[in-house]
Design a protein around this ligand. Structure first.
Ligand code: PLP
Length: 439
């Protein structure tokens, strides 16, 4: 018989079951900045940290109307288990959404998931063994890195520039990994309006990267939550539009409709699709029938293209506000200027450390995500991700001004103790907005 008492004694003061967890959970440590984010959610703090869509730009009656009709007309189906692959009509409608990004696909190859986050999780579960290598942009989406780590894979970050992932660097990283016998499983990429870097991969590079991956037998995992949220010119067509066999494509309604519905999808070559469905069934039996039907109803009756246009306008204004605030308050620094999506990637002077600076920023009532969160290898100390999606333009201006104060304050400190140069001669003045205006 198992002696639970002795098992428990192998635990620790905080968790009596500590010794029993699977090894892969070692990667599930809470990030050091998590506690700070609890503080940062206080109303007086301007948070430029989270990637929350501005769902208030969504007319409530559109969604409420869709929910109402679903319950009145399809209540018993909406409240029932569904298929592990997802509602057939919704899968058809998803092919219309993807057509906007140049993808021609059959609804048979679409699997509806609980947000694209869950598609990432299922994909990783299918492909990653301990010790495998994933190639990803440096920096990359933080919660994808958490998943890859939880499957005990390593991530090799391939550098980017303003045009996205650098093909020659990809070649070099593949060669280096192969030279030391590493097993590369796939390339994880966010080609349009990258999270966190804000850059977009050019069309020429998309083709070149697909070619490199094809030559090397590397699968491409294309994650595209932001592609439809462009501010001016559309981004190039999705990589999946030119490669059906070598790309698994992930999409979501989180940014173009609402993340609370938790409806995303994967589009995969046949064999992978079959395995994804089985993995989806094993994990959740079926994705939520109710929210799938709500999204389907919304797509069927609302002007969803017009609604995406509205979101584009909201985010464009916020992005422009952020860029002009950065130009005004931190002109010596550099940052990316995205043509869509949610994020600006800021580079600090070499002497500063974004993670070390965060507690001071929160004290000064502004929050951001330090660049280190977006690297599996500890890089990124000189970077900050600023999100412009959620705060109002007025809050963004206040937040950037506060951030400038924090950065200049840190530089002053360094100047005092180490003789490092100051960024700006003139310190930005303190608050002019009362905290209550800053939601
Ligand atoms: C690059 C990227 N992938 C995936 C997701 C997950 O989105 P969801 O699960 O809401 O579809 C996000 C969310 O911010 C993201 O930025």
């Amino acid at each position: 018989m198992i002696d639970n008492g002795s098992l428990r004694s192998a635990g620790n003061n905080l968790d009596p079951w500590f010794s029993l967890y699977a090894q892969r959970t070692a990667g599930l440590a809470a990030s050091e900045v998590r506690a700070l984010f609890a503080v940062a959610s206080r109303p007086e703090v301007v948070s430029l940290a989270g990637g929350m869509p501005y769902v208030s730009a969504l007319p409530e009656d559109l969604v409420v109307g869709a929910m109402d009709r679903v319950m009145r007309e399809q209540g018993p189906v909406a409240l029932q288990y569904g298929s592990g692959q997802g509602v057939p009509l919704l899968r058809e409608q998803i092919t219309d959404v993807m057509a906007l990004e140049g993808i021609s696909a059959s609804a048979d190859d679409v699997i509806v998931t609980t947000g694209s986050q869950h598609a990432l999780e299922l994909f990783a579960k299918l492909f990653l063994d301990p010790g495998d290598l994933v190639l990803a942009e440096g920096p990359s989406y933080v919660t994808a890195l958490v998943i890859f780590k939880s499957y005990q894979a390593d991530v090799d970050h391939v550098p980017m520039d303003e045009y996205g992932l650098i093909p020659d660097a990809l070649r070099e990283h593949i060669a280096n990994a192969r030279a030391v016998g590493r097993r590369i499983k796939f390339l994880y990429t966010i080609p349009s309006f990258h999270n966190p870097a804000g850059v977009t991969l050019t069309w020429e590079r998309r083709l070149e990267i697909l070619e490199i991956c094809r030559e090397n037998g590397i699968l491409v995992l294309e994650d595209n939550p932001y592609g439809l949220l462009y501010f001016g010119q559309k981004p190039p067509a999705a990589m999946r539009s030119v490669d059906e066999e070598g790309v698994v494509y992930l999409g979501t309604f989180s940014k173009t409709l609402a993340p609370g519905l938790r409806v995303g999808w994967a589009l995969a070559p046949h064999a992978i699709r079959e395995k994804l469905i089985l993995a989806n069934e094993a994990a959740v039996l079926s994705p939520s029938s109710f929210t799938q039907l709500v999204v389907s109803q919304y797509l069927g009756e609302a002007d969803w293209r017009g609604q995406i246009d509205t979101f584009r306008g909201v985010y464009r204004e916020r992005k422009e506000t952020m860029i002009s605030a950065l130009e005004e308050h931190l002109p010596e620094l550099s940052w990316t200027n995205p043509n869509g999506g949610f994020y600006v990637w800021l580079t600090l002077p070499e002497s500063l450390d974004s993670k070390a600076m965060l507690p001071r920023a929160v004290t000064e009532l502004v929050a951001y995500t330090p660049g280190t969160a977006f690297y599996a290898n500890g890089d990124g100390a000189q970077n900050i991700r600023l999100s412009f999606c959620y705060p109002t333009p007025e809050s963004i201006r206040v937040g950037v001004r506060r951030l400038a104060n924090v950065i200049n304050g840190e530089l002053d400190l360094l100047n005092t103790f180490a003789g490092t140069g100051r960024l700006r001669a003139q310190r930005v003045s303190a608050e002019t907005f009362p905290p209550s205006d800053l939601r």
